[in-house]
Ligand binder design. Structure first.
Ligand SMILES: Cc1ncc(COP(=O)(O)O)c(C=O)c1O
Length: 398
C-alpha cells in the first residue's frame, strides 16, 4: 500500500469543484466579482478609469449620505464592531430593539425582527411559517432565498406562472388538500422590476385561507407612502401576514427584516433556526439602516429624484427599442435573449464606463437572458447622458 505522503486517494468532491464548467466559464469571461475603488456618488474607479454604477440597489442613494455615515460611525465607536453572537444566546441590544420598533411602526405592524442579511430574513420566513404537509403557492420567479427556505420547510410547493392570477386560480382550484395554505410573493420582482399583482393574487388566495408572505426587498423605499413598500402602495396592510425584506437596498446598510403581528414575530423567535443560531446584525449596520429610515421620512426629495431618474431612464431605453420586460420600477432589465448577446452588450457598456451585471439562464427563464440595471436617486443628468451614449454604442455592437 502506498504511503499517504506519496499518493492521495481520489477525491470526487475536489475533482468536481476543479472541473466545474460554470466556474471555468466565469473565470474565462470574468463578468462578476470585479474589484472597484472608493465611490464618489454613483461613480467608482475600475481598472484605471471611472465607471457609472448602474447595477447596485442603492435606490435612494443613501449609502453615501452624511447622516447615514455618521450614524454608523458613532454606533461603532459606542458599541464596538459586533455583538459576536446570536441574540438568543448573548442578548439583544437597545439598538436592535429601536430599529425593530421603528421599522414595525413605519410598516404599520405590531412587531419586527432584524437579521444580519436580507437573504436570512426572507429564507427564514419560508422555512419557518410553512411546515411539512402545508401547501405553498409560489410565484415561479421568486428570489433564490425563498426557494431555499421552501426546501427547508419540507412543505408541498405548487408553483404558478409569474405574476399570473389566472394561473394561481387554476393551481389553487386543483389543490384539494385540506392542509394549511401559504401564498409566497415578491412585492417587486428583483430581476423583472414587475410590481406584484397583489390585490388580485390575495383575492384568489384568501378563499383558500392562505397565509401571505411578501418579500419586499425591492419595493421598500421605492413604492408606497414615503417608501413603505408594495403592500402600502396597494393599501393592503391588513391583508398581508408577513412582510420581509432587506436593509441592503433603499436602507443603505446590510441586513434584513421580518415584520408582522406580535404573535408571528414571537413564533419566529422561538422556531426559526436562522434567527436562533445566527449572529445579530452589528451596531454600525443597524444604525445606518435606522438613519436611512429616518431620512426616508424627512427628506422626500430622494424618493422624488429616484422616480424622476427612473422615468427618464425607462423612456431612454424605450426610445432605443430595448426590451425592458415591462418593468414598472427602478429595477430595469434589458432583455437580450441569449448569453452571447448579453456578454457583447455588457462588455460594450463597460468599455464606455457603465457598470452593469449580466443575468443569464438558469438565473432567468430561458430566452430571457438580460442585463440587470437599477436606477438610483443619485444618478446625475450628466451620467444619464453618458449612459445613453453607452447604450447606443452597445446596440451597434450587437
Ligand atoms: C427579492 C430579494 N429578496 C432577498 C434578497 C436578499 O437580500 P440581501 O442581499 O440583503 O441578503 C434579495 C437580494 O438581492 C432580493 O433581491
Amino acid at each position: 500500500m502506498a504511503l499517504p505522503f506519496f499518493s492521495r486517494s481520489k477525491n470526487p468532491v475536489l475533482e468536481r469543484c476543479r472541473d466545474d464548467y460554470l466556474t471555468k466559464m466565469r473565470l474565462k469571461y470574468a463578468p462578476y466579482y470585479h474589484a472597484l475603488g472608493v465611490p464618489h456618488g454613483t461613480t467608482l474607479p475600475y481598472e484605471g478609469h471611472d465607471v457609472i454604477m448602474l447595477s447596485s440597489n442603492d435606490y435612494l442613494g443613501l449609502s453615501t449620505h452624511p447622516k447615514v455615515i455618521e450614524a454608523a460611525r458613532n454606533a461603532t465607536l459606542e458599541w464596538g464592531t459586533s455583538t459576536t453572537g446570536a441574540r438568543s444566546s448573548n442578548g439583544s441590544r437597545t439598538f436592535h430593539l429601536e430599529l425593530e420598533e421603528r421599522l414595525a411602526a413605519f410598516l404599520e405592524r405590531e412587531a419586527c425582527h432584524v437579521h444580519s442579511a436580507g437573504y436570512l430574513s426572507c429564507l427564514t420566513c419560508l422555512a419557518t411559517f410553512p411546515q411539512k404537509g402545508d401547501v405553498v403557492f409560489a410565484d415561479k420567479n421568486l428570489h433564490s432565498c425563498m426557494w431555499d427556505g421552501l426546501r427547508l420547510s419540507h412543505a408541498t410547493v405548487e408553483r404558478f406562472s409569474h405574476n399570473n392570477p389566472d394561473d394561481l386560480r387554476e393551481v389553487a382550484a386543483a389543490t384539494h388538500s385540506p392542509a394549511p395554505k401559504i401564498l409566497a410573493l415578491e412585492g417587486v420582482y428583483s430581476m423583472e422590476g414587475h410590481t406584484c399583482r397583489l390585490p388580485e393574487l390575495l383575492a384568489i388566495g384568501e378563499p383558500h385561507g392562505c397565509f401571505s408572505i411578501v418579500d419586499d426587498a425591492h419595493g421598500f423605499g421605492v413604492l408606497g407612502r414615503q417608501g413603505r413598500g408594495t403592500v402600502d402602495h396597494f393599501q393592503l396592510n391588513d391583508r398581508v401576514d408577513i412582510i420581509c425584506g432587506s436593509l441592503s437596498k433603499s436602507l443603505a446598510s446590510v441586513g434584513g427584516f421580518v415584520a408582522g403581528s406580535r404573535d408571528l414575530i414571537e413564533y419566529l423567535r422561538s422556531n426559526s433556526k436562522q434567527t436562533i443560531f445566527s449572529a445579530a446584525i452589528p451596531p454600525g449596520q443597524a444604525a445606518a439602516a435606522q438613519a436611512a429610515l429616518e431620512i426616508m421620512q424627512t427628506e422626500p426629495w430622494h424618493h422624488e429624484r429616484l422616480w424622476a431618474n427612473t422615468r427618464r431612464y425607462r423612456a431612454m431605453l424605450q426610445d432605443l427599442k430595448l426590451d425592458i420586460w415591462g418593468s414598472e420600477t427602478p429595477a430595469i432589465p434589458i432583455v437580450l435573449g441569449s448569453k452571447e448577446r448579453v456578454y457583447i452588450f455588457w462588455r460594450a457598456l463597460l468599455e464606455k464606463g457603465v457598470f452593469t451585471v449580466m443575468s443569464i439562464a438558469p438565473a432567468v427563464p430561458a430566452g430571457k437572458d438580460l442585463i440587470r440595471t437599477a436606477i438610483s436617486a443619485t444618478h446625475t443628468d450628466e451620467q444619464m447622458d453618458k449612459i445613453h451614449d453607452a447604450l447606443v454604442y452597445a446596440l451597434k455592437k450587437l
